[in-house]
Design a protein around this ligand. Structure first.
Ligand code: PEP
Ligand code: MN
Length: 340
């Protein structure tokens, strides 16, 4: 349930409302906008008596009360009309500028990540991505360099100034990965790892939450709700393809969810055309399409020598193709009133 205070409602009126809700046995989450305050009621409001809601509704300084039946509230537009803009080292995610995260699937060596980072930087992309902890389908597959990989990422950041996006797979690693990463990625397979989501809710680093390859809109936003409910408001939603019967791509990139996420939620939305398609030949058109349909950014796998990439070689573009992608992305962004 969401309580929208009237414009001009003062501190004491907001406090009075909070006290009334507390008396009814519920918690509150207060969001102060430029003009008005919105109070989210936390707890199972399905049990709340309609007469209590009516009494609150009759209060002169309350504009309206919305009984949200959706399983997510804090992530919803009803709760926060303004777009959430996340600041990472002075780079805004969710603002006018499109962010481009680029880098290899996996950090393979110090030399590899530093060389790629230099190319990512000169292409004009804004973040360096790369996995040190890798969620591989088979246990015999390369699992990532772990902390050593994080150290190499940090060195690449020191040399280029690019902030780092890297995956955290396990609650036990959240503290460690947070020491190195600027944005913590939750992979598709962990979208409903509720222990991990709760742990990230307590964390002060932005979280890039990838859509489960099976997840509905409701499940995706409910997963994000876990992180916000824990106190971390900085969540970036990422469409990365879903499983369908279609057999010419690794996944079906569901671009139609982008404008829906933007209207349902105030959180920034980015798109991953690499995992979304599994095909390097269509990464660029899908990245451009993502910007055209309202995404706040893209994340792409790029490598100086894609054929030699340890993982996801088929979907990894060359860093020279990344330069080309950036040029066209700049143009498309301008067409849609954005910038890179
Ligand atoms: C990745 O970004 O490297 C990755 C493993 O992505 P996903 O979780 O979407 O498969
Ligand atoms: Mn990958």
């Amino acid at each position: 349930m969401i309580i929208v205070m009237k414009i001009g409602a003062d501190e004491s009126q907001v406090q009075e409302t909070i006290d009334k809700i507390k008396d009814l046995g519920f918690g509150t989450h207060v969001s102060k906008g430029e003009n008005r305050t919105i109070i989210g009621v936390i707890g199972d409001v399905s049990s709340i008596d309609e007469s209590d809601v009516e009494r609150l509704r009759a209060t002169p300084y309350i504009e309206k009360i919305v009984r949200v039946t959706k399983p997510y509230k804090l992530v919803s537009r009803d709760f926060n009309k303004q777009d959430t803009v996340i600041d990472v080292d002075g780079i805004e995610i969710g603002g006018k500028k499109i962010v481009v995260m680029a880098g290899p699937c996996t950090v393979e060596s110090k030399e590899q990540i530093i060389n790629i980072a230099k190319e990512v930087k000169s292409s004009g992309a804004t973040f360096l991505r790369g996995g040190a902890f890798k969620p591989r389908t088979a246990p015999k597959d390369f699992q990532g360099l772990g902390e050593e990989g994080l150290k190499f990422l940090l060195e690449a950041k020191e040399q280029t100034g690019l902030p780092i996006v890297t995956e955290v797979m396990d609650t036990r690693d959240v503290e460690l990965v947070s020491e190195y990463a600027d944005v913590l990625q939750v992979g598709t397979r962990n979208m409903q790892n509720y222990s991990l989501l709760k742990e990230l809710g307590k964390c002060d680093k932005p979280v890039l939450l990838k859509r489960g390859m099976w997840a509905t809109l409701k499940e995706f936003l409910s997963a994000a709700e876990y992180i916000l409910a824990g106190g971390n408001k900085n969540v970036i939603l990422c469409e990365r393809g879903i499983r369908t019967f279609s057999d010419f791509t690794r996944n079906t990139l569901d671009l139609s969810i982008v404008p829906v996420l933007k209207s349902e939620s105030h959180l920034p939305v980015i798109v991953d055309p690499s995992h979304g398609t599994g095909r390097k030949d269509i990464v660029k058109p899908m990245a451009l399409a993502a910007i055209a349909c309202g995404a706040d950014g893209v994340t792409v796998e790029a490598h100086t020598d894609p054929q030699k990439a340890i993982s996801d070689a088929d979907q990894t573009i060359s860093t020279s193709d990344l330069h080309g992608l950036m040029g066209e992305a700049k143009y498309i962004s301008r067409v849609f009133g954005r910038e890179i």
